[in-house]
Design a protein around this ligand. Structure first.
Ligand SMILES: [Zn+2]
Length: 159
């Protein structure tokens, strides 16, 4: 059976693939009983998708599964899961989430814990560096992904 770190390496590979496609570098893997059920990465840029984050893309890739499988599965994601992805984890009764890092963005980890989900934060420097480099180069895309308002393009000239 793979360790959380080995599963995270797969998720990081997905994040790097997204980056290579011009997308946001967030990846995720859904595993159960040592089997990879689905892998995914953020597809906001690549497909103009508003719902395919790393986690939801991995769920979609895994396809329809019985509740008994979700109940034994773990969601592994490079970045602390947002409210939407947290909602999907809670809806399907996934009992464990492994997070690459939450320094760049703190998602709804408290909500997960409040519902009895085990949250393991690996605090991976590799995940942090990947996000920090991306956000420095693409602040607007990042704000869009987490539903934050962005400064208008002409903001600095207006001053
Ligand atoms: Zn999300």
């Amino acid at each position: 059976m793979q360790t959380d770190v080995e599963n995270m390496d797969l998720a990081i590979g997905q994040a790097r693939r997204s980056l290579a496609e011009g997308g946001i570098p967030i990846g995720a893997v859904l595993v159960a009983d040592g089997e990879i059920l689905g892998v995914g990465h953020n597809r906001r840029v690549q497909e103009g998708s508003v719902v395919l984050h790393g986690e939801t893309d991995a769920l979609e890739a895994a396809g329809r599964l019985p509740a008994s499988i979700y109940a034994r599965s773990t969601m592994v994601t490079t970045l602390s899961p947002c409210q939407m992805c947290t909602g999907a984890v809670l809806l399907y009764g996934i009992p464990k989430v492994v997070v690459g890092e939450n320094r760049t963005y703190m998602g709804a980890e408290d909500l997960l814990r409040d519902h009895g989900v085990e949250v393991v934060v690996l605090d991976s420097d590799e995940c942090v560096q990947m996000m920090q480099a991306f956000i420095a180069d693409n602040p607007s895309l990042w704000n869009e992904d987490i539903g934050e308002p962005d400064l208008p393009p002409s903001y600095e000239q207006v001053e």
